[in-house]
Design a binder for this molecule. Structure first.
Ligand SMILES: Nc1nc2c(ncn2[C@@H]2O[C@H](COP(=O)(O)OP(=O)(O)OP(=O)(O)O)[C@@H](O)[C@H]2O)c(=O)[nH]1
Ligand SMILES: [K+]
Ligand SMILES: [Mg+2]
Length: 395
């Protein structure tokens, strides 16, 4: 029970209260919530004041609060940082929370809420426990061996490490979580005037790209993030590819267009059949125009003018992206987590190949350290600063 100004506040129950300034003047009628630690978001005692939203009300309440000794406004991400410091959440959960706050599509939200809820953390904890058990077996084997004897490897030890490595290897090879943030990357390519920018505008529901009958209209790479059916996409329009790009700026644009091809998850090829990059989808466009080039074996026939085939093309892109992007609820690693897990994996691999028990013990210790860094049992201040600065004030 919190008693304040002669009133009792029941934990986790909203009470209506008059907020007064230090001189006793009423500032607002507000809802007050009291969360005693450790069962609070941060693990510490927390109080929430739900005020009326006017600027002046909030200013007055904040001014009065700031007159109380020891009170100051929270820094960006400070609540989450304290929750982490007090062991309420681990690092992977904090990262999930940061992703959740940044999520713009349904797919991103669903993935982030799974990480914030500890999906990845529990997987890592399981592997960490397995490597701790392996280390304990090695310790025991060392204790029983006498110095003249070659110490015996525990039965099935190497096989068990192999299984563990295989499981971890699968996650290391799986699509990375950055992919969810960046979106499935679709690059439109083809010769000048093939209708790339017009199709780009149709797919992004925008007028972002300039279109015209003049060959060489698009010079630079134009990129747009869009959600189609809740899936994050990054659509990329490029300069028309031609050998005789006759002036230097167009030549730069063409070089950039070629660079984009190598970054694409999917290329829509609007040029002559069979002349596109391998794996590209053959798109026959301008289907409304009898004079336009039509392909014998197009994957998609579209018209940006009549809208024919655009819905089907979008549906096919959504299907492809769903297959490639990490699924919500399925664990996916970001670059930091990937680097740490790869260290753990390498150490476990090395442990499995060693015959010397002391060296195996050392490799297992390295693996545990990498797991600890991954979930934040061992972290550096720089890393924490970088993570928590992604949060806004009040989170
Ligand atoms: N009838 C018809 N015309 C189209 C269609 N798509 C594009 N066009 C026309 O084709 C011309 C070239 O279109 P753009 O979208 O600028 O072609 P682009 O491939 O981006 O050209 P560059 O940027 O120069 O490489 C324009 O006049 C468009 O209006 C279509 O589906 N039907
Ligand atoms: K054009
Ligand atoms: Mg263009």
């Amino acid at each position: 029970m919190l008693t304040l100004a002669g009133r009792d506040f029941v934990p986790r129950q909203a009470s209506l209260a008059r907020l007064r300034d230090p001189q006793g003047a009423v500032l607002d009628h507000a809802l007050v919530l009291w969360f005693p630690g450790p069962r609070s978001a941060t693990g510490e005692d927390c109080a929430e004041l739900h005020c009326h939203g006017g600027r002046a009300v909030l200013d007055a309440v904040q001014r009065s609060l700031s007159e109380i000794e020891g009170l100051r406004p929270a820094e960006e991400g400070e609540f989450t940082r304290r929750a982490f410091a007090n062991g309420r959440i681990d690092l992977a959960e904090a990262e999930g929370l940061a992703d959740l706050l940044e999520a713009e599509t349904e797919w991103q939200r669903a993935s982030a809420i799974a990480s914030a809820g500890g999906r990845l953390s529990s997987l890592i904890e399981g592997w960490r426990d397995a490597s701790l058990r392996a280390a304990a077996e090695i310790e025991a084997a060392l204790d029983f061996s006498d110095e003249d004897d070659v110490a015996q490897m525990p039965a099935r030890f190497a096989e068990e490490l192999d299984d563990l490595c295989a499981e971890i290897g699968e996650l290391l090879d799986a699509p990375r979580s950055e992919k969810i943030k960046e979106g499935f990357r679709v690059v439109l390519a083809g010769p000048p005037n093939s209708g790339k920018s017009t199709l780009f505008n149709a797919l992004t529901d925008s007028e972002a790209a300039i279109t015209s009958p003049i060959a060489g209209t698009t010079r630079d790479v134009i990129e747009r993030s869009v959600a189609i059916a809740g899936i994050p996409f990054s659509l990329v329009d490029t300069a028309g590819l031609r050998e005789d790009g006759n002036e230097p700026i167009e030549a730069i644009g063409i070089a950039r267009a070629r660079a984009e091809l190598s970054r694409a998850d999917c290329i829509l090829w609007l040029g002559p059949e069979g002349e596109g990059p391998s794996g590209a989808w053959e798109i026959s466009t301008k289907s409304d125009d009898a004079n336009a080039m039509q392909k014998a074996q197009a994957d998609h026939v579209v018209s940006a003018v009549t809208g024919e085939g655009i819905g089907a093309l979008k549906a096919a892109l959504v299907e492809r992206a769903r297959a490639v992007l990490p699924k919500p609820g399925e664990a996916a690693l970001n670059a930091r987590q990937h680097a740490r897990l790869a260290e753990a994996h390498a150490a476990l691999r090395a442990a499995g190949q060693q015959r010397d028990l002391l060296l195996i013990g050392e490799e297992l210790r390295q693996a545990r350290l990498a797991f600890d860094r991954l979930i934040g049992r061992a972290t550096t201040e720089d890393m924490l600063d970088a993570l928590f600065s992604r949060f806004c004030i009040g989170k």
